[in-house]
Design a protein around this ligand. Structure first.
Ligand code: ASC
Length: 153
């Protein structure tokens, strides 16, 4: 009946809008390099989140736990950048700016690695106030790169 048709149509429109709102939905072509990047970026998240909870006071600051997370993050955070080659099968959420402005992208990458290294140094020192500043700077570096080089979410 037309009621069912209307319901199905509204459902399809809603699903399309939701995909569009989330960005990087099923409509974005993801070649193997983009899949490898996504996997490597996601692999960084448990340690970054764990540090974030301690920095924000959502969990107690445990010196050794933080040291381990920061050291692991310093290594994990290098991995996605091994997979930033253009991909004929689709670049996923990476914007053309990554390859159109390689010097800017490299500068943003270097800034991020430097911020992560400072965070790791702060973590190994065990000074929570220093850690808080360094964690904020590392997060700001994540965001700065996303604002310029990643499809808006
Ligand atoms: C995260 C995450 C990012 C950064 C960024 C910090 O947890 O996934 O991309 O922090 O949002 O501003």
């Amino acid at each position: 009946t037309s009621n069912i048709k209307t319901t199905l149509t509204i459902g399809a429109i809603a699903a399309t809008l939701m995909l569009a709102a989330c960005g990087g939905g099923a409509d974005v072509a993801k070649g193997p390099n983009s899949e490898a990047r996504t996997t490597a970026f996601k692999a960084m998240m448990p340690n970054f989140s764990s540090m974030g909870k301690m920095v924000k006071g959502e969990e107690p600051y445990e010196v050794e736990k933080f040291k381990t997370a920061a050291a692991a993050f310093a290594e994990e955070s290098k991995k996605p950048f091994e997979h930033f080659q253009q991909d004929a099968e689709g670049n996923g959420d990476a914007l053309p700016a990554v390859w159109e402005r390689p010097d800017d992208f490299k500068a943003a990458e270097d800034k991020f690695h430097a911020a992560v290294a400072v965070l790791n140094t702060a973590a190994q020192s065990g000074n929570l106030e220093e850690i808080k500043v360094a964690y904020g700077d590392a997060g700001a570096s994540c965001k700065a790169c996303h604002d310029t080089f990643r499809r808006p979410k």
